[in-house]
Design a protein around this ligand. Structure first.
Ligand code: DX5
Ligand code: ZN
Length: 218
């Protein structure tokens, strides 16, 4: 089985102790640090904004994978780049000019990501995959950590993997976000996932570092 990229979501960390949480991730097998930005408009919850990300950036030694659950994300792309984002994912459902937005992310020198809600057909991405470095496939409805994994995701991963394989010279990564745990992780990898985001499964564990290492090993 191939080794996945593991991206723990800082949303599930103790916000009163972010520095130790980031340092734990620095010293773990985590590959990326997943940052969930919510605006209370695109999703029914507000998480955190720029000053908090600046504090995370100060301590982070791993790439920041920024998941924007916000309307009009194009207004802030440059700011997120300055805050250290290496991957910027915008929502398909929030971007009427997705093609342009992805190009803008790449022009900033970041990896361009598209996040899709559980109801959005994966086929809708076919025409932008050549501009997409990462598809962040939501396996819960975005807005909250700690939700239950949607089982239908396995079929969606396999279908998207098939579409990606038909696009020439495209190496788009499939990232799974929401409800990931030790039970579904191996099945997701088998279905074709490359990146696993995990929030509560990591941060609610007695030993988060060992949990990250276990996810990485499949
Ligand atoms: C949900 C966020 C996820 C969330 C994952 O809207 O995009 O990244 O933090 O948390 P868990 O792993 O707890 O479902
Ligand atoms: Zn996320």
């Amino acid at each position: 089985m191939k080794t996945p990229i593991i991206a723990p979501s800082i949303l599930a960390a103790d916000f009163g102790n972010l520095q130790p949480a980031v340092e734990m991730l620095n010293n773990s097998a985590a590959d990326w640090i997943h940052i969930d930005v919510m605006d209370g408009v695109f999703v029914p919850n507000i998480s955190f904004g720029m000053p908090v990300i600046a504090s995370i950036q100060k301590h982070a030694q791993k790439p920041l994978d920024v998941h924007l659950m916000i309307v009009q994300p194009e207004r802030y792309l440059e700011t997120f780049k300055q805050l250290g984002a290496e991957v910027i994912s915008v929502h398909y459902e929030a971007c009427p000019h997705l093609h342009r937005t992805l190009q803008q992310i790449r022009d900033l020198g970041c990896k361009a990501g598209v996040a899709i809600n559980p109801h959005t057909p994966v086929e809708a991405l076919a025409d932008v995959l050549y501009l997409t470095d990462v598809v962040c496939m939501m396996s819960v409805n975005p807005g909250f950590g700690g939700q239950q994994f949607i089982e239908r995701t396995y079929d969606r991963v396999a279908a998207l993997r098939n579409i990606i394989s038909q696009v020439e010279k495209t190496n788009t990564l499939i990232e799974i976000d929401g409800g990931v745990n030790a039970q579904n992780a191996p099945k997701l990898i088998e279905a074709g996932a490359d990146v696993l985001v995990a929030g509560s499964f990591v941060f609610n564990a007695i030993d988060p570092k060992a949990t990250i290492a276990a996810l990485k090993q499949g």
